[in-house]
Design a protein around this ligand. Structure first.
Ligand code: ATP
Length: 234
C-alpha cells in the first residue's frame, strides 16, 4: 500500500537548535494515527513541518507521492492537508460563522460545509453570530476543528485538541472523530493524554527528544512499552 504521507529522515531546526533528528514516518489513507510524547519531544514541530509552518527539506515530506517539504502553508492546504493548531488560534474580530468560513477559503469542495458542522456541533449553530473568542474553551476547539474541516482536507492534523479542556468536553470532541473518519478522511492527532490517544487511534508513534522512540498498533502496545518510549525509563 502506498503511503498517503511519509517523511524520511526529517530534521527540523529553530535557528541553531535542532528539534527533530531524522523522523521516518508513514501514514496510510483512512488511518487515525496518534503522535504522543512528553513536553518538548517535538510533536508540534513535526506537525508544523507537515503543514509548512516550520521549514522542512523538500524531499523529506511526501504527500500523495509528491514532495511538499518547505511549501507555503496555503499551498499545502490547497493540496488537501489542513491543521488544527494548538491553542485554537481563532480570529478574535470574527464571529463563529466567519471563523468557520475562513476555512473554506482554500476552495476545495467536499462533504464538509456549515450545515454538516452545525449538525455535528449544534452549539455552534446557536452561537454562530457571537465572536469566536467569547465561547468556552471547548466550543472554541469545536470552531477550530470545524474551520479545518471546512477546507475539506484529505488529511487533518490536530495538535492537542484536549489542551486545557475538562474531561467531559474532551470526550465530546473526540466523539466527533468517527464521523470525520467515516467520510474517508485521514487524521493525525497529537495528544498528551496517552489513554485517550490509544483509545481513539489505530496506530501510535511516540517521539522522544526529536526521535521516534516507538511505533505500533494502538491495541497491541503495552503500558510498559509506552512508558519506556515516553519517558525513556529503563
Ligand atoms: P509540547 O507538548 O510542550 O507542545 P512538543 O512535543 O510539541 O511539546 P515542540 O513544541 O515541537 O514539542 O518542541 C520541540 C523542541 O523545539 C523543544 O526543545 C522546544 O523547546 C523547541 N521549540 C519549539 N518551538 C520553538 C521555537 N519557536 N523556537 C525555538 N525552539 C522551539
Amino acid at each position: 500500500m502506498t503511503a498517503l504521507l511519509s517523511t524520511t529522515g526529517l530534521q527540523a531546526f529553530y535557528g541553531d537548535a535542532q528539534a527533530l533528528f531524522g523522523i521516518d514516518f508513514e501514514l496510510h489513507a483512512g488511518e487515525l494515527l496518534a503522535v504522543i510524547g512528553a513536553n518538548g519531544a517535538g510533536k508540534s514541530t513535526f506537525l508544523k513541518c507537515l503543514a509548512g509552518l516550520v521549514r522542512a527539506p523538500r524531499e523529506a515530506v511526501l504527500f500523495k507521492g509528491l514532495p511538499i517539504g518547505g511549501l507555503a502553508p496555503g499551498e499545502i492546504v490547497r493540496r488537501g492537508l489542513a491543521m488544527v493548531p494548538e491553542g485554537r488560534r481563532l480570529f478574535a474580530s470574527l464571529s463563529v460563522e466567519e471563523n468557520l468560513l475562513m476555512g473554506a477559503a482554500s476552495g476545495r469542495s467536499g462533504p464538509w460545509n456549515l450545515k454538516r458542522l452545525y449538525e455535528m456541533f449544534p452549539v455552534l449553530a446557536h452561537k454562530r453570530a457571537e465572536p469566536g473568542t467569547s465561547l468556552s474553551g471547548g466550543q472554541q476547539q469545536m470552531v477550530a476543528l470545524g474551520r479545518a474541516l471546512m477546507s475539506n482536507p484529505e488529511l487533518l492534523l490536530c495538535d492537542e485538541l484536549s489542551l486545557g479542556l475538562a474531561p467531559i468536553v474532551i470526550r465530546e470532541i473526540y466523539a466527533a472523530m468517527p464521523r470525520i473518519t467515516a467520510e474517508g478522511m485521514t487524521v493525525v492527532i497529537v495528544e498528551q493524554d496517552v489513554g485517550m490517544a490509544q483509545q481513539v487511534s489505530q496506530r501510535v508513534y511516540c517521539l522522544q527528544e526529536g526521535r521516534v522512540s516507538l511505533s505500533g498498533r494502538s491495541s497491541e502496545l503495552t503500558r510498559e512499552q509506552i512508558s519506556q518510549a515516553y519517558f525513556g525509563l529503563q
